[in-house]
Design a protein around this ligand. Structure first.
Ligand SMILES: [Zn+2]
Length: 196
């Protein structure tokens, strides 16, 4: 595999990467940056593993955490979705703000949906840490622009979760800000398990 070497834009330390990752992390000053034409620092945070994390191989999975405003223009109040909306949007029943979590690593569609919905419905609480502590991280493949386009897909998927109930919901979703969040997971025989 090709090894890529770049220099940290902040402290000039060489950074080696063996995998195709959008982001380069400097172990020395903890700056995360992306190279897409120019060099840009990426706003990010790293979540601490829970003390009760299951045993197994630890790894960090990058997510885009999109801060979104959500305005409901019209809706039909059948099927109880108003209640579900209210449970994950902070604000009134007609709109408000929410964090949408878009996995930034490569996943199959099922896993992508599961992770996006799990974290969007229950915004995770965690302590943050300054570095990865030697824990492997999955390479990020999704750009912030792509993540913003996927935000709609996450909402539609969440609404479609209840089978057999046709719902009409006319809304507008605006992404106001984005941040990369590395969430801790443990690799188990049954797949990735959150370790928050
Ligand atoms: Zn640096």
């Amino acid at each position: 595999m090709r090894i890529v070497q770049v220099r940290c834009p902040s402290c000039n330390t060489p950074i080696m990467s063996k995998q195709k990752d959008r982001f380069f992390h400097c172990d020395k000053c903890n700056v995360l940056h992306v190279r897409d034409g120019g060099t840009r620092n990426v706003d990010y945070e790293i979540a601490e593993f829970s003390d009760s994390a299951p045993l197994g191989e630890r790894l960090y999975v990058p997510f885009w955490r999109l801060y979104c405003s959500f305005v409901i223009r019209s809706k039909s109040v059948e099927g109880g979705y108003a209640f579900r909306l209210a449970s994950w949007i902070k604000g009134s029943d007609d709109g408000g703000s929410l964090f949408i979590y878009v996995p930034a690593a490569d996943f199959d569609t099922m896993t992508f949906k599961r992770l996006a919905i799990d974290f969007t419905v229950r915004s995770p609480n965690y302590r943050t840490r300054l570095n990865f502590g030697g824990v492997r991280r999955m390479p990020a493949r999704v750009s912030s622009e792509e993540a913003s386009e996927l935000a709609d897909f996450v909402v539609v998927t969440m609404e479609a979760e209840k089978p057999g109930v046709l719902q009409r919901l006319d809304y507008s979703l605006t992404v106001l800000g984005s941040k990369i969040v590395y969430l801790p997971f443990v690799s188990s025989p049954s797949g990735l398990v959150p370790a928050l």
